[in-house]
Design a protein. Sequence first.
Length: 276
Amino acid sequence: MEIALSAGTVEYTDTGGPGPVVVFVHGLLMDGSLWDGPVAELAGHRCVVPTLPLGAHRVPMRAGADLSLPGIAALLTEFLECLDLRDVTLAGVDTGGALVQLLMVAGESRVSRVVLASCDAFDNFPPGLTGKTLFLTGKLSPALFGVFMQQLRLRAVRRLPIAFGWLTKRGDAASARWIRSLLSEAGVRRDTVRVLREAAASPGILLEVAERLPSFDRPALVVWAREDRVMPPEHGERLAALLPKGKLVSVDDSYTLIPLDQPAEFARLVREFTAG
């Protein structure tokens, strides 16, 4: 499915169903398929998964669209409004977790609880070797950026720490899919470079957000990969401590992308959280 928003067309999936509404938010160079495993395990929930313009989207955004982190957070808010989603559990991982934090401090009324899973936080922006490498490549022109990213066609390159190697233990097939539109669509490359440049221009944005997180008085589940090499585990502890209704859960045998490495466990945690 797709929906026309102010910045452009956003593709999404929606399982329907009468159960709790969960909206899942992916990270940079990822699309909604990141969440396929947990969604398959959450029968009875209404799982809504947009593919945001973060580098693996297939439909380029309109010229002049605001592709800063706050701009994409505003696009996510617009998405919730246009679908009239209410009493939402908003779940984000990687940069998706940063977008969730932005909606938390904005006081978005449609969000009743959140799940922050191994995500950008505090001063870890850009996060790890992967984020720092991406931000550097964002300085290139869209054409040169595309040439540089051609290397990701090779599995050996995708598995490097500067690519997806420290983000997921088991998700290489997914990461190979995610780069297809980036490599084939000039408009997607243009959008991605703009996202990276806008993000690089605001390195302290999540520190500012963290100062306001204690105002979020709704239930918050912080899920962190115990072996995470990109998102420091102590950041999970700090986030949970900042949130008045925060709870921390650690997940074994996973890197940052818990929905890929431990989809059944992630779904179990979401199911228990939304039932509670």
